[in-house]
Ligand binder design. Sequence first.
Ligand code: COD
Ligand code: ZN
Length: 397
Amino acid sequence: MSTAGKVSKEKKFTFDIFSHYTINKYKNVIKCKAAVLWDLKKPFSIEEVEVAPPKAYEVRIKMVATGICGSDDHVVNGHFVATLPAILGHEGAGIVESIGEGVTAVKPGDKVIPLCVPQCGECIICKHPEANNCVKMGLTNPRGTMQDGTTRFTCKGKPIYHFAHTSTFSEYTVVDEISVVKIDAAAPLEKVCLVGCALSTGYGSAVKVAKVTPGSTCAVIGLGGVGLSAVIGCKAAGAARIIGVDINKDKFAKAKELGATECINPQNFQKPIHEVLKEMTGGGVDFSFEAVGQIDTMLQALSCCHEAFGVSVIIGVPPSSENLSVNPMLLLTGRTWKGALFGGFKSKDSVPKLVADIMAKKIPLDLLITHALPFEKINEGFDLLHHGKSIRTVLKF
Ligand code: COD
Ligand code: ZN
């Protein structure tokens, strides 16, 4: 017992010295480049911004790479509400530059992934064994600030808002300690940045939310980075048949490479796609996924799963102003309708494990990355997304 007491005392001493050193050494404002979205439906402008030092329980990160996600684009086009002007981006990886007082989860030099879904570990949701949408997430009240209600970014004398607790479209960003997790020091950051959104969101929707079973039949509507990650998850869970659905046939080759057994384009059929899927599968699929972020595709996904035992998962965030209207009979016959953010994964617990699985080649993440660009070419990256040419573009700093 006395030994244990001594060890913990020594540890505390080391930590105090360390945190004092880092706080004083790095307590400076960093000027760096960031992509600022000043207005909806406008390109990003690369600006010099000031990034304030991290306050208590905050972490400043030097970004190394960030993916471009459909959700960032939904903010630009106004479907997903965020406070502007803002620094978007939520699929990044970087290295801790400095930490605020009291931070214990990470230290300068650690490789980390910022988390768009925080895990405070203390709220009723974090304490629930299955739930992941931490009360600190605040998706329906996007303030665009740190947890303390203020911002760490300024540009031309104006405050610039944060996005999704991460703001990865900046050479340096500040996040709350509950919104960042340390990953393996050997992890390739220009790849595992996708664990910050697409991979976790799609993969988890299959393995954790739907709990796809071996031998089952699945349909994935929308074959972008998120939908393809759901395809990866369905395959990993042992699905026998995975039907990819997209209006862009150029997505089919990659979907098949990742595990889709067949792919269909709704534009090639006279009938609604859910009826086509029901016919193809003798009454409906076991598991369906909506990864487009539209009301009509959510209804298609629900309708195409089997009426008595089908499970349908909403992955995409719909336009903020739109509501669903459904006939309850669709559910009364026995369907299950679910939805989850971030693949239902508790972010801090799951992200390091997913990175380990990627490094062990259990998850073919590389195949999702179709383009790499220097950070300054961010608008080109969004153009590739708009023209349906990319799955994931990774911007490198
Ligand atoms: N039918 C079939 N496919 C369609 C249709 C349609 N009617 N319309 C468009 N599509 C296809 C497009 O051709 C494209 O291939 C795909 O749908 C969409 O892909 P992307 O590349 O535009 O987008 P993704 O994959 O990066 O993301 C899409 C989501 C809707 C999933 C994303 O925007 C989203 O809402 N993510 C939030 C999910 C989440 O939990 N995030 C974590 C918290 S921040
Ligand atoms: Zn995303």
